[in-house]
Design a protein around this ligand. Structure first.
Ligand code: AMP
Ligand code: ZN
Length: 113
């Protein structure tokens, strides 16, 4: 997707502060952190949101969770963390490229706003 900001970040066309990268995913620090640790994990291929996950492409979702678990350990989130995938307008999604927020380093509230 030529006009997608996260595709551009995945391609290295827009700079980001990288936390992890492999052939399938990139993890980078959120520009407006909502917690002491706030990393976004994205697939390198353009998938618009969780609503576009199917039996055919769900392997990437499993891989994102594996990367989240690895990063949480590396970043010292022994006390726990939160994964968030805002989806669609009601879900508060502002960037239309699948991303999972990894939030940690403070105690989280429930329910979210
Ligand atoms: P969401 O509201 O769930 O779609 O999350 C989008 C997130 O992307 C927000 O937390 C933004 O702060 C973050 N964001 C937008 N542009 C960038 C960027 N260029 N680098 C890092 N984070 C970004
Ligand atoms: Zn994209």
């Amino acid at each position: 997707m030529s006009d997608c900001i996260f595709c551009k970040i995945a391609a290295g066309e827009i700079p980001s502060k990288k936390a992890y990268e492999d052939e399938r995913v990139l993890a980078f620090y959120d520009l407006e952190p909502q917690a002491p640790v706030h990393v976004l994990i994205i697939p390198k291929e353009h998938i618009a949101s969780v609503a576009e996950i199917t039996e055919e492409n769900s392997g990437i979702a499993a891989h994102i969770f594996e990367v989240a678990a690895r990063l949480a350990k590396e970043l010292g989130l022994e006390g726990g963390f939160r994964l968030v995938a805002n989806t669609g307008a009601d879900g508060g999604q502002t960037v239309q490229h699948l991303h999972v927020h990894l939030l940690g380093g403070r105690s989280m509230k429930w329910p979210p706003g």
